[in-house]
Write a protein that binds this ligand. Structure first.
Ligand SMILES: Cc1cc2nc3c(=O)[nH]c(=O)nc-3n(C[C@H](O)[C@H](O)[C@H](O)COP(=O)(O)OP(=O)(O)OC[C@H]3O[C@@H](n4cnc5c(N)ncnc54)[C@H](O)[C@@H]3O)c2cc1C
Length: 437
């Protein structure tokens, strides 16, 4: 079928307004959040219902056209853009949020986390997976990457907070109220999630936020190792002086504390007296600033949450999202930063992350050969007992690392699932293990 016939056929399924083929309109769907990954789609298609998704998949099977599922396009590993052509299937119009029932809620895959948070907060509940891209990231995209984020320490990732899903596999087969596997974390290579039933928790009566400063990353990590064991700690984040200065410069913010080498941001259940126990457990804290009004808590969180956007203002960064055993995080960060600046002293290396779980983000801006930087970071990941694949997933960026870390048995199992759920190889080709049948 010629391209124009294919697009006309799509328009009979989803309505002509929901087949976007104008290059300028497509552009935002073709480039990822970092600006580093860019592809070209035949069209961007916006189905409005589960049945429309089935019909689009069946047409693409018949015409052998690849489908790239896309939610908020905030993924950072090159998995959500059409690097190998085909169509982008955006879940933007599958954005329903149903009334809450027995502390559970059914949402369309394209509902954003931020909209869900507001829906739940109005009745004293919350969805416990949270991340800084909340106003764009969708629940379907978060499920597809098994996102974890800021509250992982206490509540786990998407897998632990999702009860069931509706989806359409690459076979065109529809499933309703299915179990979370095999789709959770499959990054769109088996099928498209159209809706999810999510588990909710009570909103805490009160939480307080503190930023504490430290003379070194090592001191901050040492404090985090004891603080992470306190069951009232909801979030525990690390960042450094470089990141703090960049956020302050980028958004004209005043630093909340005198400058120091490293900072921990802690959110704890209860009022500020809860911090006394944390502070008593270490003598390494230099200064603290504490907030318990909603507005002040948001202000303190900005110093951490604005890191990614501030780094992007310097140009497309090389981003590494890695998982390191918590006790090795200080040594990993020191060794990696030193090795990177040995390659090129002008490289800007900005480290931050969810230190409570050892999910670290190493961001590098400046000129140096990508291969050299990659092997420098990944050699240090291996030397410190870590994994190159962490909460952002694999996408196209980390296929080789994923295959290497997984081993032959896991990759064979993935291939078997691929031939079961996507026998025609149309779902998100090149992503995850780049499984070819
Ligand atoms: C500022 C910022 C902060 C972030 N913080 C975190 C964090 O703390 N923790 C974390 O885990 N991630 C974080 N991320 C990464 C990103 O937000 C997550 O990966 C998120 O889960 C992606 O959701 P999305 O809707 O944008 O998905 P997209 O980027 O659109 O897609 C991501 C992947 O999922 C697939 N996909 C999307 N929707 C579907 C669907 N309905 N069915 C099947 N496959 C689908 C895509 O094909 C792609 O492979 C952050 C990103 C930014 C920009």
């Amino acid at each position: 079928m010629a391209r124009s016939n294919f697009l006309a056929h799509l328009a009979t399924i989803v309505d002509v307004d929901n087949v976007l083929s104008d290059p300028q309109v497509r552009a935002g769907f073709e480039t990822d959040w970092t600006g580093r990954f860019q592809g070209q789609a035949m069209a961007v298609v916006r189905p409005r219902t589960h049945d429309e998704v089935i019909a689009v998949v069946q047409l693409c099977i018949a015409e052998n056209i690849a489908i790239v599922p896309q939610g908020g396009n905030t993924g950072l590993v090159g998995g959500s853009v059409p690097l190998r052509g085909g169509i982008v299937l955006t879940t933007a119009l599958l954005d329903s949020i149903e009334p809450i029932h027995n502390n559970t809620v059914r949402v369309g895959a394209g509902a954003t986390l931020g909209d869900l948070q507001r829906h739940c907060a109005a009745v004293g509940l919350r969805f416990s997976v949270d991340l800084a891209a909340r106003d764009s990231a969708t629940l379907g995209g978060m499920f597809a990457t098994n996102a974890s984020g800021l509250n992982h320490l206490r509540f786990g990732a998407m897998r632990e907070n999702t009860n069931s899903v509706d989806a359409v596999y690459g076979t065109g087969e529809s499933v309703k109220n299915a179990t979370v596997d095999p789709l959770c974390g499959s990054e769109g290579i088996f099928g498209i999630v159209t809706s999810l039933e999510l588990q909710l928790h009570n909103l805490p009566v009160e939480t307080s936020v503190m930023i504490a400063s430290f003379a070194s990353v090592e001191n901050a990590v040492t404090a985090s190792l004891s603080w992470r064991n306190n069951p009232r700690v909801e979030a525990l984040e690390l960042f450094t002086n470089d990141g703090m200065s960049l956020v302050c410069e980028s958004y004209a913010l005043s630093p909340p504390l005198p400058s120091a080498e490293a900072y921990l941001l802690v959110e704890i259940l209860g009022d500020e007296s809860e911090f006394a126990q944390l502070l008593a457990a270490t003598n390494r804290v230099l200064d603290t600033v504490i907030a318990n009004s909603v507005a002040d808590k948001v202000k303190l969180w900005r110093y951490r949450e604005d890191h990614s956007a501030a780094i992007n203002t310097l140009g497309p960064p090389l981003k590494f999202d890695v998982r390191i055993p918590p006790q090795n995080c200080a040594a990993f960060l020191q060794a990696t930063t030193r090795a990177l600046t040995d390659i090129n002293p002008t490289l800007r290396v900005i480290n931050f992350g969810h230190i409570g779980d050892g999910h670290l983000h190493v961001n590098i801006v400046g000129s140096a050969t990508t291969d050299l930087i990659e092997s420098c970071v990944y050699d240090n990941v291996t030397a410190h007992g870590g994994s190159a694949v962490s909460e952002h997933g694999v996408g196209t960026l980390k296929v080789d690392r994923f295959v290497e870390e997984s081993g032959a048995t896991k990759i064979e199992a993935l291939k078997a699932m691929k031939s079961r759920f996507d026998p025609f190889g149309i779902m998100n080709p090149g992503v995850l293990a780049n499984v070819r049948l």
